[in-house]
Design a protein around this ligand. Structure first.
Ligand SMILES: [Zn+2]
Length: 139
């Protein structure tokens, strides 16, 4: 029976969604990964309340993946988040070099002159997915 969290605040878009975990335990204090339907970004949810059990998930409910059990799913989602991030930078006219080192994604952003304007590191550490600017790297 799917566990459902109704009207829960989404850290990605700030709106509320219904969330569902099709099977397994949906427990407060654990992290779950999902893709926000409004921003398209990968996000992480830590429920604050107990879910309700339903015979079927409400229509449009956002599917959660346990971040600590679904390592492969999280890494796939991380790759997709990096793809979207790089595609957005390309659309903005930047050149993007990316490199994968184990579970880390390194992203080097250059402007039209070839000048490095940003370095980002993306990872799924402790079940959370994040992409952040990484400043203190020797060129
Ligand atoms: Zn959202």
């Amino acid at each position: 029976m799917p566990a459902v969290l109704k009207h829960s605040a989404c850290p990605s878009c700030g709106h509320r969604h219904h969330f569902t975990l099709p099977t397994g335990d949906l427990s407060p204090g654990h992290d779950y990964a999902y893709v926000c339907p409004e921003t398209g970004a990968l996000a992480s949810l830590r429920p604050q309340s107990l879910p309700e059990a339903y015979h079927s998930a409400p229509q449009g409910a956002v599917q959660l993946t346990p971040a600590d059990q679904g390592v492969t799913a999280v890494l796939d989602a991380l790759g997709q988040a990096v793809d979207r991030f790089c595609a957005q930078l390309s659309r903005e006219g930047y050149m993007v070099d990316r490199e994968r080192a184990g579970d880390l994604h390194l992203i080097l952003v250059r402007d039209w002159d070839g000048e490095v304007v940003g370095r980002y590191i993306a990872s799924a550490a402790a079940g959370r997915i994040w992409i952040e600017e990484f400043q203190n790297v020797a060129p």
